[in-house]
Design a protein around this ligand. Structure first.
Ligand SMILES: Cc1cc2nc3c(=O)[nH]c(=O)nc-3n(C[C@H](O)[C@H](O)[C@H](O)COP(=O)(O)OP(=O)(O)OC[C@H]3O[C@@H](n4cnc5c(N)ncnc54)[C@H](O)[C@@H]3O)c2cc1C
Length: 499
């Protein structure tokens, strides 16, 4: 396409659609580009997606959104990480914080000293004791990280739990105030240019025909533009990520306002618990070939901490992705581009990185084939890295039951098998291009599932056990005493950002 971008059309008004509208209206302010968003209130949104990753703070900040105003508007709470209960065995507990562990010693990563100390028979305690945010979370406290140069022990990130519907409304207000035009109508068909197959216009139920130069498909699982109109195939990853459905239900707030998500392993899947200011979001994700759905609902309802405020809502999905992120004059964001399952709350984060990618290559003066290729390459790699990280949660599990046995025995993607092998050999924590999860996140699950290096790093071999013990003990005690100070999570919110 060589013509300049004058009319940009977004199909879908879920989290993806309104994030796209907000980002585009901000980025394209002062230009002639007309932005329209089509959504159908008759179709509705998927209505889930309440836990996020720390990058959302950057997204909001890039739009000039005040963090506390956002928290109040979306009934949000703070998220320091996720507690995985029962994944490594019935009563196991793995806390995945958004932070590093400890601090390097003499330039060698912390974990190498930790494993060396353990091999020497020293009392090293548990890995989470070296993470300030994990220790805060364990006491239901919250504090915002202070920039203390030179103190890596206080360096951590946080994310949010929020009401996704309220967030979409918040962003809608933002985008409409910046000129985005909303059309409430249902797409019935797509008009394509017979010469090159590009999308020319969307035909809507009311008879309206919306012409555009570029289209962002945020239409949810059906992927109406990228998948249906442009026939970009779906790549099914359910042999690696076998869950294919969920029941979601809201409940009264739990007695304690936790600063983390709970992910509780169950017989045929797992259950989430997401604390918001005004309610708790709950859901059970399951693999239908391994468990009867009536059991899933029973377990979900039995596991609620507060009374349910509605009935469970059933959602079906297939894990995988569209083979391309960008085809002709269309890009897909959100569920229209694929879905890896709710574990680790990566979907909204992927909307955000997809938007950054689109903004980097936005075809203001025409579409450039090299840019499209690069956008597709990076989108593909990013999703594969996340896929591998999610599979790690399953493939070394320590549970009984058909799903869990299947996952222990399934063949792994080569990229993941190689990564695990590198860690098992000498504790290499490999950071590859476009990794969404940092080495500390991988370390969390290696340690949680008992995957350990066979040999020490040569850099730690000659250190004296006393020196190692002293250094590790000092880190633990600094973190433990600092983590006792802050307010409880509930008190922090009441003081600074109650809805
Ligand atoms: C069980 C479950 C749990 C999840 N948990 C999390 C989580 O904790 N964290 C996270 O980051 N993500 C999570 N996700 C993913 C998250 O829900 C989505 O990424 C997010 O909601 C974005 O959805 P969307 O906007 O792509 O699609 P949708 O919300 O489905 O929106 C689709 C939009 O397209 C419109 N539309 C559809 N068809 C038409 C038509 N014919 N004409 C006009 N408009 C149409 C709809 O009206 C709607 O506005 C979860 C997903 C599932 C299934």
């Amino acid at each position: 396409m060589q013509q300049p971008l004058n009319r940009l059309i977004i199909l879908g008004g879920g989290t993806a659609g309104w994030m796209a509208a907000a980002a585009m209206s901000h980025q394209l302010r002062g230009t002639q580009v007309r932005i329209q968003l089509v959504e159908s209130s008759a179709v509705g949104t998927v209505g889930v997606g309440e836990a996020t990753l720390p990058g959302l703070r950057n997204f909001n900040a890039s739009l000039g959104i005040d963090e506390r105003a956002f928290i109040r508007a979306t009934n949000a709470t703070f998220k320091l990480g996720i507690r995985f209960e029962g994944w490594a065995g019935q009563s196991s507990d793995i806390f995945h914080p958004f932070s590093d562990y400890g601090a390097p010693i003499a330039g060698t990563p912390f974990h190498q000293w930790f494993y060396r100390a353990r091999a020497l028979g020293l009392d090293v305690g548990a890995l989470h004791e070296y993470s300030f945010s994990a220790m805060l979370a364990g006491q239901q406290r919250f504090a915002q990280p202070h920039a203390e140069p030179g103190n890596p022990l206080a360096d951590y990130k946080y994310a949010f739990h929020f009401d996704a519907t309220a967030y979409a409304a918040f962003l809608r207000h933002y985008a409409e105030a910046r000129g985005v035009e909303r059309v409430d109508d249902r797409l019935t068909s797509v008009v394509k240019d017979p010469a090159n197959g590009h999308i020319q216009a969307l035909k809507l139920e009311s008879g309206l025909e919306l012409a555009g130069d570029f289209f962002i498909d945020c239409s949810g699982f059906r992927s109406l533009l990228l998948g249906e109109a442009l026939s970009v195939p779906f790549e099914d990853w359910s042999h690696w990520l076998p869950v294919d459905g969920a029941y979601a239900v809201a409940a009264e707030p739990a007695p304690v306002l936790r600063p983390y998500t709970r992910a509780i392993a169950r017989d045929g899947g797992w259950q989430w618990q997401i604390p918001l200011q005004h309610r708790t979001g709950n859901g059970s994700v399951f693999a239908s070939r391994f468990i009867d759905e009536s059991r899933v609902v029973e377990d979900l309802m039995a596991g609620l901490e507060g009374a349910a405020t509605g009935s469970p809502n059933r959602i079906r999905f297939v894990t995988g992705r569209r083979q391309k992120f960008w085809e002709k004059n269309c890009v897909a964001l959100g569920l229209a581009s694929g879905f890896l399952e709710p574990l680790e709350s990566t979907s909204i984060a992927l909307i955000q990185t997809g938007l950054s990618r689109l903004l980097m290559f936005l075809p203001l003066a025409g579409i450039d084939a090299a840019e499209v290729e690069e956008a597709n390459r990076t989108a593909r790699i990013e999703m594969e890295r996340i896929r591998d990280f999610l599979i790690l949660h399953y493939c070394r599990n320590g549970r009984q039951g058909d799903l869990w046995e299947y996952c222990r025995n399934m063949p792994l993607p080569d990229s993941l098998a190689q990564k695990i092998a590198l860690f098992e050999s000498r504790g290499h924590l490999q950071q590859r291009e476009l990794e969404s999860f940092e080495p500390a996140s991988w370390l969390t699950f290696y340690e949680g599932f008992g995957v350990a290096p066979c040999q020490p790093d040569p850099a730690v071999l000659n250190a004296s056990p006393d020196d190692i013990a002293r250094a590790l003990a000092s880190m633990r005690s600094q973190i433990a005493s600092a983590a006792n100070q802050p307010l409880s999570h509930a008190a922090f919110i009441a003081r600074h950002c109650a809805a």
